[in-house]
Design a protein around this ligand. Sequence first.
Ligand SMILES: O=C(O)c1ccccc1NCC(=O)[C@H](O)[C@H](O)COP(=O)(O)O
Length: 257
Amino acid sequence: MLEKILETKKMEIAALELPEQVDVPHHSLYEALRSPNRSIGLIAEVKKASPSKGVIKEQFEPVAIAKGYKEGGADAISVLTDVKYFQGHCDYLTAIKQVVSLPVMRKDFIIDKKQVDETVRIGADAMLLIVGTVPILELKELYEYAYSQGLECLVEVHAKSELEELLASFSPKIIGVNNRNLKTFETSLTQTEEMSDLIPDGSLFVSESGIHSKQDLERVGKVGAAGVLVGESLMRAETPVAGISHLFGGETIAASS
Ligand SMILES: O=C(O)c1ccccc1NCC(=O)[C@H](O)[C@H](O)COP(=O)(O)O
């Protein structure tokens, strides 16, 4: 699946025309995860569809969903911008940035500097980089280029070998362990548990995918995750607020936030 997605990306990049720069206030993903509203940071994802589940939300209103995430106490928002496989769009991210005062991450398959420029122009605060999509030294260059442009990165791994390869090259400020196997699409929190010991003390650790309950949050929190990235279970909830409340088992927001 990843190969297929990357082939599509290469074609899109060849045809990419950069949009006008939007003027929006910025918020740090790193800082939001360092002082989360609850016991663990929540990056709540705006996700209409996925290759593994097809359409998740028929009545999809990205701005209303993001406003609901803010109301429910999410620390940050992730927006899928891939059109073909996730039915996302860059315009959704810009529209959300214009009205919701939370850090917003672009979740896409970013393999080229031109996409980093696009990510800056659409107003994102952060973007995803995935180990294995480009050679590790190119990933490092994209990471450094992104930070030089004021964009933070969540650097994602799917396997212990990828994490080792990453850390042999550089230590990102935010590392995500994705619990989804991209061949079978199955998710297992064992991924997070097995890789947690390798995450450097200086990096924030985010557990991604397949998180549905308070028990799941506790499981990944126990091995040091500072945050979680949750899409499907929130998108399938009656409302974003209800989804977050269910996820945290009624845990309230800290008084200081
Ligand atoms: O979600 C998929 O089916 C998928 C397939 C192939 C590559 C990536 C995919 N998902 C991207 C993500 O990492 C998730 O959207 C994100 O971590 C949230 O996961 P979930 O809470 O399980 O929706």
